[in-house]
Design a protein around this ligand. Structure first.
Ligand code: FAD
Length: 318
């Protein structure tokens, strides 16, 4: 196929697979095939890849580490481009850091702490890439990555590249404009609050320890972190409330569907046992929504993205 050879010729670092199981590319290890999978660790050739896909009228989706996704068992009907590199591309100048969108968030958090560049400890231990993190404004403990972003170099779905600043990205809780536009983060600049190395390393250690205690190790236990968004406050005086609390109180911990069940230490996390399907995860998430609705009359909203076709009898979903 001409398209494949044209893309491959752009860089020797690109790997292309046809009919790739997306279960191999997501932390949940679920999902059917996609017709074309492009493993592209290079920001330089990305615009050209997009131009070639657009010319062939091939729809596409960009993923990072696939740690916030549930891909349908029937797969996806589009090309999937993975923008991920195990080799961090980070430069710093005082408290200002420039980083490639395909760098792992954890690598960035470690770098900033070890080199006393500034405080990004909130990202310690969060799976995924900087690009995926900016798209979903990833964070923890009341702080998120968007709080520190100065600007980002963005690749638009039509193939042109532009620099956008913090205000233009429309950050809010687990949201940025990228979620709607499909624009791709090639690189980003952050300005971090100053802190000394000792404080940074102590805080990072504390956060990693907390995560070890409360979250599954996704390398061993397939999952995608919190399934639902926390509950928005109803007045300015209130704080956002943990969805896990309402799930716990509604008795969701004992729920399971097929190979999908609730993680014993965190009621807002679904884990996949052997034989689990994406549909099992979808069905279990529906039961969790129902349990909280019945007990509290609160409507949970999914934070994890469910991609592709799911059998569902809910209206207005996805
Ligand atoms: C054990 C565990 C714990 C977690 N804890 C947290 C937590 O504390 N806080 C938190 O916020 N999240 C958490 N998550 C969820 C996840 O790690 C984050 O959402 C992460 O930012 C996703 O990054 P990713 O590269 O894996 O994105 P993916 O899952 O690959 O993609 C997610 C979205 O981002 C888009 N995207 C990916 N790359 C780019 C790019 N370069 N440019 C633009 N858009 C892009 C995709 O199109 C998709 O819409 C956790 C997940 C797990 C498995």
């Amino acid at each position: 196929m001409k398209l494949l050879s044209e893309i491959k010729s752009l860089s020797s670092a690109i790997t292309i697979s046809e009919n790739k199981p997306l279960s191999e590319c997501t932390s949940f290890r679920l999902g059917g095939l996609c017709p074309l999978f492009i493993d592209n660790p290079s920001a330089e050739v990305f615009p050209e890849i997009i131009r070639l896909l657009n010319k062939s009228r091939m729809p596409f989706l960009v993923i990072g580490q696939g740690s916030n996704l549930v891909v349908s068992d029937s797969g996806l009907d589009c090309a999937v481009i993975r923008f991920l590199s195990e080799t961090p591309l980070i430069q710093s100048d005082k408290n200002r850091v420039t980083v490639s969108g395909n760098t792992l968030l954890e690598s960035l958090a470690r770098f900033t702490s070890e080199n006393a560049v500034g405080d990004l400890s909130t990202c310690s231990g969060i799976p995924g890439t900087v690009g995926g993190g900016i798209a979903g404004n990833a964070g923890a403990f009341g702080r998120q990555i968007g709080d520190y972003l100065v600007s980002a170099e963005i690749l638009c779905p039509d193939g042109h590249v532009q620099t956008v600043n913090h205000e233009e990205l429309d950050f809010s809780y687990r949201h940025s404009r990228l979620k709607e536009t499909g624009e791709i983060v090639l690189s980003a600049v952050f300005e971090l609050p100053a802190a000394n190395r000792e404080i940074l390393q102590t805080e990072r250690k504390r956060i990693l320890e907390f995560r070890r205690k409360h979250h599954p190790d996704w390398h061993a236990i397939p999952c995608a972190g919190s399934i639902f968004r926390n509950i928005e406050p109803t007045s300015a005086a209130e704080r956002r409330k943990a969805a896990g609390y309402f799930l716990e109180e509604a008795g969701a911990r004992k729920l399971s569907v097929g190979g999908a069940r609730i993680y014993e230490k965190h009621a807002n996390v679904i884990i996949a046992d052997k034989g689990c399907t994406a549909q099992d995860v979808w069905e279990l998430s529906k039961q969790m929504i129902h349990a909280v609705k019945v007990k509290f009359d609160i409507e949970l909203t999914r934070e994890v993205q469910f991609l592709g076709k799911f059998e569902k009898n809910e209206s207005g979903e996805l």
